[in-house]
Design a protein around this ligand. Sequence first.
Ligand SMILES: CC(C)(COP(=O)(O)OP(=O)(O)OC[C@H]1O[C@@H](n2cnc3c(N)ncnc32)[C@H](O)[C@@H]1OP(=O)(O)O)[C@@H](O)C(=O)NCCC(=O)NCCS
Length: 209
Amino acid sequence: MGKSSINIVFAQPEHAIYAEQICQLIYESALQRGTGIARRSPEYISAKITGGKAVVALDGDKLVGFSYIECWEHGDYVATSGLIVDPDYRHLGLASEIKKRTFELARLRFPFAKLFSITTSLPVMKLNTRLGYKPVTFSELTNDDEFWRGCEGCCNYDILQRNNRTMCLCTGMLYDPKTPLVKQPWWEPYVIAVKRKIKKIFRLSKSKK
Ligand SMILES: CC(C)(COP(=O)(O)OP(=O)(O)OC[C@H]1O[C@@H](n2cnc3c(N)ncnc32)[C@H](O)[C@@H]1OP(=O)(O)O)[C@@H](O)C(=O)NCCC(=O)NCCS
């Protein structure tokens, strides 16, 4: 199967028929990974789809990927969540495309909102970083109780509670539209490495005296 046959689109109300399958995919993947996940009901996923807050990836009429957005604190914050790719369609770059579309949807619908996600997934951290997200402590994310209540279905919820919601196993990542993207020139890491070497040599020669 090729990536060229797959359409990644903003979800339309008729895609609500996939809600059950999406929940099942998310749940089975979480079991397989042995990590926690905030469980979502088919009704919740269906509401995201009909509310124009989701992205679906379709191979013909087969659903092969999904993600959604939700706003918090009256639209000050928007979470991008529920990213899933059908196991038979992984490693084709689909998650990357779905993430981009979801980011686009969030920016279109909530242009002034801070976007965030909490995740234990390395691919998600990688993709978020490429979109301009930065890792942050939970204090920088929404305070909305309703958002954190979503973590109740996660097997690590006791850790979050024990730490008064300040930390858990997930990494918080935030995209702040007010922070301009500074593109690092290709030579920057080399400059840093050379500076470190010089400092080290300088320190060594001082300690010998
Ligand atoms: C995580 C997931 C969405 C990735 O989907 P995918 O379509 O295979 O990802 P892509 O092909 O777009 O790959 C994106 C990047 O992640 C990397 N990646 C993908 N799967 C990976 C894995 N299991 N471990 C490490 N890196 C991985 C890819 O190499 C790629 O990096 P690159 O661009 O530097 O080459 C998919 O594995 C999945 O649905 N997992 C279960 C649900 C899940 O974990 N969701 C995230 C919850 S927060």
